[in-house]
Design a protein around this ligand. Structure first.
Ligand code: FEC
Length: 306
């Protein structure tokens, strides 16, 4: 028996030409309009033409493999594979490769801490579908969420304290911290999805650990699908805070762990531009990316799933 880790992330297009097929995959095979593709392509251009999501995930992979080898004294090293939900290397292509390499047990973990049927459920479906096509099928140990892992909460609390340290002591006391995550359609409430509860639990734990007493919640990155999405959006939260006299905001995109479009564009361009127009300072916490403390966190998540 050989165990492998499938480290999963969202996926990102590498070139402008790949934006249309990538977007079509996100939409479950329905092609978006040419205007919508162009708007998305422009967002990628604004962050330098591509995002570092795949590079970061590969670095996390390398670190995780080393950390797991150290944890087992090199006796039963786990190989770690990267699989993406919406772009290459697709989960559905990687799982067969793991089987060819002799992996019979797969620990699957996504670089997204909170469970929703609409997000992690999609990773799970991609894994289950790929496993069902294999004979024999590997045993799958799928990690649904790790949003309250103590090392994750500590890492975020440290990030909050570090970011707050950029303000001088008297201004720091006036900073309002705004946690955010990817919005989803409001209909997730119809099936009592745990997403909102898990996000609230993570925020409360981080706020307590970091000693925050002035924080708010905002959604971000809502899609334009013609149905209502969860709000308020971070841009309107900035408007409200401004009306209430807030001048300094710390953004903590707690629903994400890597630098990618939803952070580099939606926070670093869109939200920062609105804050600047309102005369407010907006800073954001560093993403965990391939930080050694984050890699140790994931190694614990994997070991605990094993
Ligand atoms: O850097 C990159 O290139 C990838 C950035 C990226 C991440 C990400 C994470 C999440 N999404 C979630 C839900 C949805 C739903 C729809 C949707 C649409 C998009 C589009 C782009 C995109 N998402 Fe994404 N998401 C990222 C990128 N996402 C681009 C298409 C254009 C747009 O709407 O902005 C709507 C699908 C539809 O139209 O039918 C729903 C959730 C996450 C957080 C969990 C995770 O990371 O897996 C939830 C990163």
């Amino acid at each position: 028996m050989s165990t492998g880790v499938l480290l999963m992330a969202y996926g990102t297009p590498e070139t402008g030409e790949q934006v249309a097929p990538y977007f079509t995959h996100i939409r479950g095979g329905r092609a978006p309009t040419a205007e919508a593709v162009e708007r998305l392509r422009r967002r990628y251009e604004q962050v330098g033409g591509r995002t570092p999501l795949l590079d970061i995930t590969n670095r996390v992979r390398d670190g995780l493999e080393q950390s797991l080898a150290a944890k087992t004294n090199g006796m039963a090293p786990y190989r770690v594979y990267v699989g993406m939900k919406h772009w290459h290397p697709f989960i559905g292509d990687v799982l067969p490769r793991m089987a060819t390499d002799g992996v019979t047990e797969v620990v699957a973990v996504a670089l997204a801490p909170h469970y929703s049927r609409m997000s992690i459920g999609g990773y799970r479906k991609a894994v289950d579908d790929a496993a069902a096509r294999l004979s024999p099928s590997p045993t799958i140990r799928f990690v649904d969420s790790w949003h309250l892992h103590p090392q994750f909460i500590q890492l975020l609390a440290d990030g909050v304290r570090e970011a707050l340290g950029a303000w001088n002591a008297s201004t720091r006391a006036q900073v309002v911290t705004v946690f955010s995550a990817h919005s989803l359609p409001v209909r997730i409430r119809e099936w009592d999805d745990p997403y909102e509860r898990q996000l609230a639990a993570s925020c409360e734990a981080v706020a307590e650990r970091a000693g925050l007493d002035n924080w708010r919640w905002a959604w971000q990155s809502a899609g334009d699908t013609g149905e209502p999405w969860l709000g308020p959006d971070i841009v309107s939260v900035l408007d409200t805070l401004h009306e209430q006299g807030t001048r300094h905001v710390l953004s903590v995109p707690i629903g994400f762990v890597s630098d990618h479009l939803e952070v580099l564009y939606d926070i670093d361009h869109e939200a920062k531009e609105r804050a600047a127009a309102l005369g407010m300072t907006l800073r954001r916490t560093r993403m965990p990316n391939a930080d050694p403390a984050f890699i140790e966190t994931l190694a614990s998540v994997v070991a605990e799933a094993g």
